[in-house]
Design a protein around this ligand. Structure first.
Ligand code: SF4
Ligand code: SF4
Ligand code: SF4
Length: 298
């Protein structure tokens, strides 16, 4: 199941500020690094206001105090990688009013979705002395592949401003303002010099969903797509541009296969490029790729 980011996400009147009780917030972790939960904890200036507006009922990263569900809002970090988690997310869904997935792990399977491209059981047998004790699924999948999701926040990690906007909107019973255009739009709004045009730096901004405020180009670095593919991204044109900048096929594939390797548009384009004859015998490029995008972690 996929999330319609354009649909309104509203809490019931009972859940709005000013009702009899404060709404309850739960924060859940699946396969992830905790970085997106830390974004909530890093809302230093706003944390007291958040704590005043909601009851933080379940948030093991922040407190051992646990209030029983159901919960009005659940923030879910991480992907589904084990049979136990595939069951647990259904329980979380059942006890949640509005369920918001946070980060590339939860919305696309995360960097751990690289396992989807190979045989995870072979890795398991190499890494662990007793692989029979390690329960795992052969794929890392986003939360929306298992249960209905009301809203997705992209990024690795998520953007603090988008998280606060989402919580404020849910409390007010209105639709969160989450842009669906590309990073290039944000980049132009900030009057950045385009690193791709000015310096020949590979940049996935044209095909990546906005939300970070064009963070990397603002520091003269290329975007490496951590917010995942934008809705109407033209990936073949992006690939042509990267090739024209001197990137060889394996480099292009590697650029698409990072935090959002499991996002369908990046997955499909990287598979198409990987099977291109030139990917097997890439010609030595006469140009050197510059900037940060090719330095992105893979
Ligand atoms: S999306 Fe990135 S920051 Fe968030 S949990 Fe996953 S790896 Fe960590
Ligand atoms: S630097 Fe990247 S994000 Fe900014 S306008 Fe150029 S291509 Fe788009
Ligand atoms: S510019 Fe791209 S890589 Fe950098 S934070 Fe934004 S979406 Fe992520």
């Amino acid at each position: 199941m996929t999330t319609d980011q354009t649909s309104a996400v509203q809490m019931t009147n009972d859940h709005k500020v000013g009702a009899q009780r404060k709404p309850t917030l739960a924060v859940w972790k699946f396969a992830s690094c905790d970085g997106c939960q830390l974004t909530l904890l890093n809302c230093e200036d706003e944390l007291l206001s958040i704590a005043g507006a909601v009851d933080i009922a379940y948030f093991p990263e922040a407190t051992r105090a646990v209030a029983e569900g159901p919960y009005d809002v659940s923030l879910v970090e991480g992907s589904i990688t084990t049979p136990h988690d595939a069951e647990r997310i259904r329980e979380v869904r059942a006890m949640s009013g509005t369920l918001v997935t946070i980060g590339a792990c939860a919305t696309a399977g995360g960097i751990q979705a690289l396992r989807n491209l190979t045989d995870v059981y072979e890795f398991r047998s190499i890494v662990y002395a007793h692989p029979e004790y390690v329960q795992t699924l052969d794929r890392s999948t986003p939360i929306a592949a298992h249960v209905d999701v009301d809203l997705e926040l992209r990024g690795c990690p998520i953007d603090k401003g988008q998280l606060l906007e989402t919580l404020a909107a849910l409390l007010a019973g209105r639709k969160p303002r989450i842009p669906t255009y590309s990073v290039c739009v944000e980049c132009k709004k900030r009057n950045n010099v385009c690193v791709a045009v000015a310096h020949g730096t590979p940049c996935l901004g044209p095909v990546t969903q906005a939300g970070c405020g064009a963070l990397c180009p603002s520091f003269s670095r290329g975007c490496y797509g951590c917010f995942g593919p934008q809705d109407s991204a033209n990936l073949p044109a992006m690939t042509d541009r990267l090739r024209a900048q001197g990137m060889r096929e394996p480099e292009v594939v590697r650029l698409y296969r990072t935090f959002n390797t499991g996002a369908e548009a990046f997955r499909a384009e990287s598979a198409r490029v990987a099977t291109h004859p030139a990917a097997a015998h890439p010609a030595a490029s006469t140009q050197t790729t510059r900037g940060s995008a090719e330095e992105a972690p893979a």
